[in-house]
Structure formats: structure tokens, C-alpha cells
Write a protein of this length. Structure first.
Length: 103
């Protein structure tokens, strides 16, 4: 199960990033983390920006509603989703989008 915990400002999602992938997508689970593959390289914050974009689209929020709490330079990250509850995030991640990927 993907690690999602409550935070005073919303909910925190545990993420594992795969930079330099062939395309941006949610790639399933990696242990207790949501695996996010991004085409951007892991330099100058490009992969972090791409991850926030992928998550914003999947979760139906604006990028400005996401905050990188931990993992600025590593693959394992914690992303705060402002105003969300852990239950809402779990629900949004289990829905199927129109491209066939699972949320």
C-alpha cells in the first residue's frame, strides 16, 4: 500500500522517482511508494518539476497545490498535497484515467 499520511496542511504522499524514462507516467508502486517515471533528467530540478506536473494531473490539482517536503536531490520524495486528506488521495490514485493508466 502506498504511504500516505495526514499533515496539518493536507496529506503527504510517498513517491519514488525514475528520472530519464521514455515518458512521463505513474508507473505503479515501489514498496510503499508511488512510482513516478519522468522523461526529465535529474538535474537542476527538472525531474522534480516533472514529477509535480505528473502528480498534479493525476490528482486533479494545480501544481501550486503541491509542495516537495523531502527528497530534493534523491529518488525518494515526500509530496504535500495542500488541502487533501489521505482518503481523498487514495481514492484519486485508484481511479482509472482516460489513457488507461491506473491512478
Amino acid at each position: 500500500m502506498i504511504g500516505i499520511r495526514s499533515h496539518p496542511e493536507g496529506a503527504v504522499l510517498a513517491v519514488r522517482v525514475q528520472p530519464g524514462a521514455s515518458r512521463d507516467r505513474i508507473a505503479g508502486e515501489h514498496g510503499d511508494r508511488l512510482k513516478v517515471a519522468v522523461a526529465a533528467p535529474p538535474e537542476k530540478g527538472k525531474a522534480n518539476e516533472a514529477v509535480l506536473g505528473v502528480l498534479a494531473r493525476r490528482l486533479g490539482v494545480r501544481v501550486r497545490e503541491l509542495r516537495l517536503l523531502a527528497g530534493l536531490t534523491g529518488r525518494d520524495k515526500e509530496i504535500l498535497v495542500l488541502g487533501a486528506t489521505p482518503e481523498e488521495l487514495r481514492e484519486r490514485l485508484t481511479e482509472t484515467d482516460t489513457t488507461g493508466d491506473h491512478r
